[in-house]
Design a protein around this ligand. Structure first.
Ligand SMILES: NC(=O)c1ccc[n+]([C@@H]2O[C@H](COP(=O)([O-])OP(=O)(O)OC[C@H]3O[C@@H](n4cnc5c(N)ncnc54)[C@H](O)[C@@H]3O)[C@@H](O)[C@H]2O)c1
Length: 251
């Protein structure tokens, strides 16, 4: 009877974030937007953060239309001051910060022997330095209150080298995200702050679709197998995400 009762419950009956506040960077589109919708559906209040103010507003408006409490915020994770303002605006508006999804990232493609130094630096400024600064500012607040969940977006490229994409800077920055996550997790776990990362495979998002070098990648979810499915906006994606978040007790 207990088993039947369990089976009849949807993932959203079992995974609730009511009363929690989540900040998501790079939430104006793609994977970040999917996180924003997913965490909002589970009951969290959402700060939709993006470099692109219009995209952030569009997503926040979509959330509000679904009766999800959300605000839009423009921030550049490559800019330390912008990150301070982002976190303090979330605290001013919602009064708390429980979950931070540090997801903003860029992927520029060039042959390693030709990669300009600016491209390497820009990639690291957003993907690794920016992500570290976000963790640092969010972490300071979370450590003070003794509670918080940080989830960083790494990539499968942190452990494998996708072929034929030429993205040495990206791959290296994402490998850094994984070990940075481990380092912060080890430092902060006993003070109530859990730090994890996810490493997606290739997901059809504007990052992939708008890049000639990436759009031909093999097996982007929803591209080859189901070309008509916008996988990242689908319920299947969100249910998988919920299941993973719940099972690994990440939020
Ligand atoms: N799509 C994939 O196949 C894939 C696979 C593995 C990992 N990832 C990672 O997932 C994350 C999201 O990827 P996506 O495919 O949704 O990308 P996307 O390009 O579709 O969306 C990224 C969002 O981040 C924002 N952004 C970029 N630079 C920023 C900055 N400096 N400050 C704040 N916001 C910024 C962009 O405006 C954009 O809205 C990235 O970290 C990416 O590396 C993506």
């Amino acid at each position: 009877m207990e088993l039947l009762d369990k089976m009849s419950k949807t993932i959203l009956d079992r995974f609730r974030l009511d009363g929690r506040v989540a900040l998501i960077t790079g939430a104006g589109q793609g994977i970040g937007k999917a996180f924003a919708v997913a965490l909002g559906e589970a009951g969290a209040k959402i700060a939709v953060v993006d470099l692109n103010r219009d995209l952030a507003h569009q997503v926040a408006n979509e959330l509000l239309e679904r009766d999800i409490n959300a605000i839009a915020m423009a921030a550049n994770v490559a800019d330390p001051e912008s990150i301070e303002v982002m976190v303090s605006n979330v605290l001013d508006h919602f009064g708390r910060l429980d979950i931070a999804f540090n997801n903003a990232g860029v992927n520029k493609n060039s042959a390693a022997e030709e990669t300009p130094l600016e491209e390497w630096d820009q990639t690291f400024a957003v993907n690794l330095r920016g992500l570290f600064l976000c963790c640092q500012v969010e972490g300071r607040h979370m450590l003070k209150v003794g509670y918080g969940k940080i989830i960083n977006t790494a990539s499968m490229s942190s452990v494998i080298v996708p072929h034929p994409q030429k993205q040495a800077a990206y791959n290296t920055s994402k490998a850094g995200v994984v070990n940075l996550t481990r380092s912060l997790a080890a430092e902060w776990a006993d003070r109530g702050v859990r730090v994890n990362c996810i490493s997606p495979g290739i997901v059809r998002t504007p990052l992939i679709v708008n890049s000639p070098a990436l759009a031909t990648s093999s097996y982007p979810y929803g591209c080859k197998t189901f070309p008509w499915v916008d996988y990242v906006s689908s319920r299947i994606f969100r249910e998988r995400l919920f299941t993973w978040l719940r099972k690994s007790q990440i939020t």
